[in-house]
Design a binder for this molecule. Sequence first.
Ligand code: MRU
Length: 347
Amino acid sequence: MSFETIAWKDDKVVMLNQLVLPHEVRYETYEDFRDVAAAIKNMVIRGAPAIGIAAAMGIALGAKDLKNDGFESFRKGIDEICEVMSHTRPTAVNLFWAIERMKRFIDTRKDQDVPTLQQLLIEEAQKVLTEDIENNRRLGEFGAQFVKDGDTILTHCNAGALATGGYGTATSVIRVAHEQGKSVRVLCDETRPYLQGARLTAWELHQDNIPAEVITDNMAGHFIKSGEVDLCVVGTDRTAANGDVANKIGTYMVALAAHANDVPFYVAAPTSSIDMSLSTGTQIPIEERSAKEVTHIKDHQLTPDGVPARHVAFDVTPARYVTALITENGVASPPYVFTLPTVMPKI
Ligand code: MRU
């Protein structure tokens, strides 16, 4: 990979700034956990698994600055840091998964002194990153079986290396198929309003010489119906226990078009993106962002003064439109209430 999405370097968190891509490759360095939280909120880093990694590193960063006043006081400080992290973005469950993982890690080491815990949290945050990369690679290997030589694959948003620690989720399926020598072509939905497909997916596929073309979101139905698309692969920010999939706004329309035209619609996700505590997708909190992200592109206003706009950032695709869920522990097929528990890790 020619870039790193996020890394822990010299006791600081370093992130590739996704706000300035594809025109500038700029890394930002963070020394304060509050700035890491702001970077998640402002989308310097985005994508469900990457948000989880950033939160884990932010907690380790904050923990490093807590006073050596005994376990109870340290634990209270961790809760305060986690509270700040938890208010950054509501939909990606990986954020809450990472927060719980870091808390659980401390709670099972109450006998350790504070400096040891501070060091162990740094190592645990780095483990969240390395495990994510390994899991993505594994799910890509499971998913590549669905890609044939010569296929055209449609993807929505950015479920790539930039959205994860590396490889990506949907993009890992594409990358592994490409590495296996299959000729693939990718149609990247531009993904209004934040343009993750046009700016980020197109950029990272191009870096790896994987043929990619950008289409506007409203062209997806046309390409699917015309027979040009062999399969769709997307990621997810949170999938419920019944297989309902929350992903970037517009995913539902892609799934509907795929279903209507008998084109397979796959969702690739590490199990850290699956929320078994929610029985259906209706319980998934959906982020609503500033309307300015719809009315404007950068500082250029597109819409008339005085007309309000809405920016719903995610939608939920019902499980019945999902052909299979590809995870690092194998592929789950419908009915997901029975198959998802078999791929979930036993804690
Ligand atoms: O708002 P974003 O850019 O954080 O949304 C990202 C997505 O919707 C991705 O498709 C999802 O996180 C899957 S990423 C592996």
